[in-house]
Design a protein around this ligand. Structure first.
Ligand code: PGA
Length: 272
């Protein structure tokens, strides 16, 4: 039995006061709603608000995650955050390989003429390094994979998702692969309001699971949890979370409103 995991990815939103208000709002609403009821819940604030959110959530069951990390523990890497720093700041989790730091935006940014990839640039190799570094530091990684609209239209969805999954896992021993968390996030559904149809989302979450199975066998495949992410909202969460291969949600926009986020938690099968 895989435990449902709902994560809020706050992205580049929130000064400390906003983040504390949001965290407190989620905590209060969840308590008022009977708690998380067996669902694993976490929020991923911007780095600058992690410490404040940690205080706001002290003593609650809501976990905290970072939105990214660097793979080196220390050194002359201006602007980078080491895995141990995230842990030290109060994070138990970290998002790795989100399509935004991979530079694979669903919606092109009209402010940039140059390819946006030039400004970010996570790829299979760095995702793999970050995953290894996170595991060494004892952080729980959420590894994101997903196809762009052009890749989907060209019929390459499964190949892209399978190859990103396998590339992330290069050199990861079987005992560490078991129980990992992935997020299938079709790039075209992120921040666009366009949700992947639940049957298709379930199918592609199954592609992630099969890729793990090909590398490590059926038990490992059954043990990994695969979230769906991309325009998850209170009104589509129940349908998505009811699918057998979808073990949770990585929620962006709707995680910025306490009521919406808690409604998504409440839609998890454990809570029905
Ligand atoms: P969205 O973002 O829910 O706003 O589409 C999801 C994500 O990027 O993790």
């Amino acid at each position: 039995m895989r435990r449902t995991i709902i994560a809020g990815n706050w992205k580049n939103n929130g000064l400390r006061a906003d983040a504390v208000a949001l965290a407190t709002g989620i905590r209060t609403a969840l308590d008022g709603d009977g708690g998380s009821g067996g669902v694993e819940v976490l929020v991923c604030p911007p780095f600058t608000a992690i410490a404040s959110v940690e205080s706001a959530l002290a003593g609650s069951e809501i976990g905290i995650g970072g939105q990214n990390i660097f793979w080196k523990e220390k050194g002359a890497y201006t602007g980078q955050i080491a895995p141990s720093m995230l842990k030290d700041a109060g994070c138990a989790y970290v998002i790795i390989g989100h399509s935004e730091p991979r530079g694979r935006f669903g919606v092109p940014d009209p402010d940039f003429d140059a390819p946006i990839l030039a400004y970010f640039g996570d790829g299979d190799e760095t995702v793999n390094r970050k995953l290894k570094a996170a595991l060494v530091a004892g952080l729980i990684p959420i590894i994101c994979v997903g196809e762009t609209l052009a890749e989907r239209q060209a019929g390459h969805t499964d190949t892209v998702v399978e190859s990103q999954t396998k590339a992330a896992l290069v050199g990861i021993p079987a005992e560490q692969a078991s129980g990992l968390i992935f997020a299938y996030e079709p790039v075209w559904a992120i921040g666009t309001g366009e949700v992947c149809e639940s049957g298709e989302a379930d199918r592609v979450c199954g592609v992630v699971r099969s890729a793990v199975g090909e590398l490590y066998g059926p038990e490992a495949a059954e043990s990994v949890r695969v979230q769906y992410g991309g325009s998850v909202k209170p009104d589509n969460a129940k349908e998505l979370l009811g699918k057998p291969n979808i073990d949770g949600a990585l929620v962006g926009g709707a995680s910025l409103k306490a009521g919406d986020f808690v409604a998504i938690v409440a839609a998890a099968p454990e809570r029905q």
